[in-house]
Design a protein around this ligand. Structure first.
Ligand code: BES
Ligand code: ZN
Length: 982
């Protein structure tokens, strides 16, 4: 039995070799040109009609054309940008075509399958992939054999392809091993689909094999199968080939049924040079000689049943370090050999988290290995491919001598997040992307549990409130938010929802549910969910049902409660009114700008009412919190007599805001002044954030919110400070060009002075104290505190002379001060270090520091670099532009730059990318005037923002909010600051 199996597999791989060779020998073009397909009844290979000589000619003509364009562009580009009026919009781009679905195939014929989703009559069972990347020539060729089962009778096959040139296909029945006659084949580019019409109907349960040969460019595009490169310290450039498939780019690497519920087993055979290694989701089975040119063929074990978006393979020349978990899983980190010394922290963290999750989830990690690999060019932070997690360099490498604790925490967080996906996402996958939150919300919550396991000193759980909870509340208080569960169809829509709602609100509502159920019931439910849906898919309802079934005695109807949080957007504000010992509790949807949005808000199936677990803490309580359910209605409850204050939502576990009558707000303010420690740090952060947001919505006066900050002179903890500084930064951005800004600065300096004096420019204290020091020093410098500026400048010069002389945790503020108050020479020093350093976290800090310059000439140069891949990696384009946009001196330059280069961006993000929405929000939402609003609106009215469509709406809504904020609050805030600045 054993030997038979072995023989069969060997036989299979030699067939693959032959086929691959014939594919290459036939001299097909690598051009992904419009295919001219010749429908034919024959079962022979169908070849793309395009000879090598044609291809070469076309390549040469295209190359010359591109060079010509580049030359024209370089002469045409204005050399000194500020000469052009800042508000001139280049109207070169044409009005976007109205989005009418047309279904025209590449050959001009009607495409018969008219749905963005694949037909349901076939399901893939396995993929045998052979892939041959030619890294130096920047193309790849491949062949996939898809074994498919027939679910219902059909006479055609539709699968996905994206930018692949199909050079051959055939279909064979596994019933009799006979080829199946094919009569027509069409590609529909917009839908990324390929259609094959069969000469006969397939019967239910019949298995067929669809074999497709293909080829495509291997370029640095950050999605699909792409090329990435890095430099050795000698300056020598090395190239690697790697993948990123989520959500819809597996189809860019091989033809496949690219939907998450179509799980299958994958086998990979990959061709590589001797000097390279290859990696796949599964362990290497064997390597054989591929041909007489010295190429090798790596054969891999077949994967478990999984979704296409989780497949990954890499060809590189990296070094690795490994350890084995107590359960026998081999964990390895791969990175360029000169950087592998920075991988220890990630490796140790991954081992400890993997061991911990095994017991926490109650289900064992099923693969024999887990690789983590640092990829030089990577669009996201990391990607959870099963058994082969890919990371951006800064998310995995940490050098204790050079990197900061912030960098360290980020590595721990990303490692914990991606490992959480090995269960939530990989083992149990959302059935369709409308439930993306089941993946990302879970990982966003569990990453805190995992990172806390790596290092409890990080105090991860305290940070949840400011990092995820409050930030998602902010986005969700706009009318252009979306429900956690959201219908999506095409790649643009799917990419668009990798946002704060799916991640942070998703994580926050799970945290709320955990607080309702308690840890052990919550965990039991998760284990049950993972057990019953493993190697399969789930919908949101399946999660609620698993949690309910695992806790039969529970009195809460989980689905009824949670539907109100996941199926409608937004969240409530609970108003608490006290009459003696009686409390009346009412709920309304919280909108930051209700006045401007009421008419555009879509209706909700729950009429914007929620099941709210309202917890109360009063001045009479010690630790116990009273729970009152508000079941999509108002409620009443009682409190002890003669209490001084009430604080609802204790621990900030519930996803709602709370408003009180003025008397209670005043008592809360007094309590904070007298002894703020009666409230937890999370509650202090929550009180501040609620007050500022209620004030922005016009529900309490600005005076109450600002009065709440007065106690901060005594605050020593990071979390409340972070909440306060984020809110005060909002006010700062609104009034930065106004006369009152002087008073704002004076007040802020007064507020931070105690902390500034206590924390100093040292490197001592707890993890969160270090974080707080960073923020306080940044503010001191920003507010113009002269001693801080001088100290920062002095430390910057010290760094210029000796890069090892400053503390890693002070670097961000030192670089910022050095650049902001420094010379062009200082800026160029950062550029030099940016280009030379081999520590990714340092490169990242340099990237950020250069954006702090006040010199518009340098900022403009820097904007130019952001699209020049020989200067800035394309993964960092948005970071550069957005950080320049966040600098008041660069705001208009960045917005203008994006408009000017719109066609480039639009081309880059075509076909779905989450980068587009980040870019749009980064450059278009800081404005506060009607003039800017009109300009942003006019610009996008004429353009298709693709996956940034919702981001455009959200940006416009933010600008509107900013305008309204000034109208409503400027006078009151000015008055308050006048009174409190001295
Ligand atoms: N699954 C995502 C990667 C991803 C992001 C794919 C966007 C497609 C589009 C991954 O698990 C992820 O969420 N990564 C985060 C890091 C995390 C710590 C929040 C990221 O890339 O920012
Ligand atoms: Zn994730």
């Amino acid at each position: 039995m054993q030997s038979l199996k072995h023989r069969r597999k060997r036989g299979a791989s030699s067939t693959i070799q032959m086929e691959e060779r014939s594919l290459i020998d036939e001299g097909d073009t690598i051009l992904n040109k419009k295919a001219v397909y010749e429908p034919s009844g024959s079962q022979r290979c169908r070849q793309l009609v395009c000879s090598r000589s044609w291809a070469v000619t076309i390549l040469i003509v295209m190359g010359l054309f591109l060079i010509l364009i580049a030359i024209i562009a370089s002469f045409a580009r204005p050399q000194t940008l500020p000469c052009t009026p800042l508000n001139t919009v280049t109207e070169a781009a044409t009005t976007p075509a109205p989005k009418v679905q047309t279904y025209i195939a590449t050959n001009g014929k009607d495409f018969p399958w008219k749905d963005i989703r694949l037909p349901k009559n076939l399901i893939p069972e396995s993929y045998d992939i052979l892939i041959h990347p030619n890294i130096s020539q920047s193309y790849f060729k491949g062949r996939v054999i898809m074994k498919v089962r027939v679910i219902s009778q059909t006479d055609f096959v539709v699968f996905h392809i994206k930018n692949l040139n199909v050079t051959h296909f055939d279909v064979k029945s596994l019933k009799d091993g006979e080829p199946i006659h094919t009569t027509e084949y069409l590609e529909y580019k917009e839908g990324q689909q390929f259609y094959i019409k069969l000469g006969r109907s397939l019967e239910v349960d019949e298995q067929v094999e669809v074999t497709v040969k293909f080829e495509a460019l291997l370029v640095n595009k950050l999605v699909g199968f792409y090329k990435s490169s890095y430099k050795l310290s000698t300056g020598e450039e090395r190239h690697i080939a790697t993948t990123h498939f989520e959500p819809t780019d597996a189809r860019g690497a091989f033809p496949c049924f690219d939907e998450p519920q179509l799980k299958a087993n994958f086998t990979l055979n990959i061709v590589r040079d001797k000097q390279h290694i290859s990696l796949f989701n599964m362990p290497l089975k064997k390597t054989e000689v591929y041909d007489n040119t010295g190429l090798l063929l790596d054969n891999y074990d077949t994967s478990v049943k999984m979704s296409t978006y989780l497949v990954a393979f890499v060809v590189c020349d990296f070094a690795n370090i490994s350890k084995t978990t107590s359960d026998g899983v081999k964990v390895s980190v791969y990175a360029p050999s000169e950087l592998i010394s920075q991988a220890d922290f990630a490796l140790d963290g991954a081992v400890s988290v993997l061991e911990y999750y095994n017991s926490f989830f109650g289900v064992k990690y099923p693969l024999p290995k887990q690789d983590l690999i640092a990829i030089p060019d990577f669009a996201a932070g990391a990607m959870e491919n099963w058994g082969l997690i890919t990371y951006r360099m800064t998310a995995i490498l940490y050098d204790p001598k050079v990197s900061s604790l912030g960098n360290k925490q980020w590595v721990a967080t990303v490692v914990a997040h991606e490992l959480a996906h090995q269960w939530f996402g990989n083992l149990v996958t959302m059935e369709w992307w409308d439930d993306l939150w089941l993946n990302e919300g879970f990982a966003s919550y569990v990453e805190y549990i995992g990172a806390d396991q790596i290092n409890p000193d990080f105090h991860m759980h305290d940070q949840f409130v400011t990092e995820d909870f409050l930030t998602s509340m902010y986005l969700d208080s706009m009318s252009n938010s979306h429900p956690v569960h959201v219908p999506v169809d095409n790649p643009d829509e799917i990419n668009e929802i990798f946002d704060k709602i799916s991640y942070s609100k998703g994580g926050s509502v799970l945290r709320m549910l955990r607080s309702i159920l308690g840890q052990s019931k919550f965990k039991a439910g998760l284990t049950h969910y993972l057990t019953i849906h493993k190697y399969s898919n789930a919908r949101t309802d399946d999660l609620w049902m698993a949690l309910q079934d695992a806790n039969p005695k529970l009195h809460v109807n989980i689905k009824a409660v949670m539907d109100t949080w996941t199926k409608q957007m937004g969240y409530p504000v609970v108003t608490v009114k006290q009459t003696g010992t009686l409390l009346s509790l009412t709920q309304d949807r919280f909108l930051l700008n209700a006045a401007h949005t009421n008419d555009v808000v879509p209706s909700s199936p729950f009429k914007y009412k929620w099941y709210i677990p309202l917890t109360l803490l009063t001045s009479a309580d010690n630790e116990t919190h009273q729970l009152t359910w508000m079941n999509m209605t108002s409620a009443e409850t009682t409190v002890p007599p003669n209490i001084k204050w009430i604080k609802a939502n204790s621990g900030m576990n519930g996803f709602y805001r709370v408003n009180y009558d003025t008397a209670n707000w005043k008592h809360l303010i007094r309590q904070l002044m007298d002894n703020h420690k009666v409230f937890s740090a999370a509650d202090r952060a929550g009180l501040i954030d609620d007050a500022f947001n209620l004030a922005r919505a016009g529900l309490v006066s600005q005076k109450i919110a600002l009065d709440l900050t007065l106690y901060l002179v005594k605050e020593v903890e990071y979390v409340p400070w972070k909440a306060a500084l984020d809110n005060l930064a909002y006010i700062e951005s609104r009034i930065i060009y106004k006369e009152v800004y002087t008073n704002f600065k004076a007040y802020m300096l007064k507020l931070i002075m105690n902390r500034l004096t206590a924390l100093q420019w040292t490197d001592s204290g707890s993890h969160l104290e270090m974080f707080l020091r960073g923020h306080i020093l940044m503010w001191a410098v920003k507010l113009g505190n002269q001693p801080s500026i001088e100290k920062g400048k002095q430390l910057f010069q010290q760094w210029v002379h000796d890069h090892a002389s400053i503390d890693p945790n002070l670097k961000t503020v030192i670089y910022m001060t050095g650049v902001k108050y420094g010379t062009e020479e200082d800026w160029r020093e950062c550029l030099k270090v940016y280009e030379e350093t081999h520590v990714p976290s340092e490169k990242q800090k340099m990237l950020m520091s250069m954006s702090y310059s006040r010199d518009t000439r340098l900022l403009n140069q820097y904007l130019g670099f952001s699209l020049n891949t020989s200067k800035v990696r394309s993964q960092d384009t948005e970071t550069v532009i957005n950080s320049i946009a966040a600098n008041p001196s660069g705001q208009l330059l960045a917005w203008r730059f994006v408009q000017q280069n719109w066609d480039t961006f639009s081309e880059r993000y075509k076909g779905g990318s989450f980068g587009m929405s980040r870019l749009i929000k980064g450059v278009a939402s800081h404005f506060s005037t009607q003039f800017d609003y009109d300009e942003v609106k006019a610009f996008f009215a004429k353009r298709d923002a693709g996956s940034g469509t919702r981001a455009v709406k959200q940006s416009l809504e933010k600008i509107q909010m900013n305008i309204d904020w000034l109208e409503r609050n400027e006078a009151e805030v000015t008055d308050w600051l006048n009174k409190h600045s001295s």
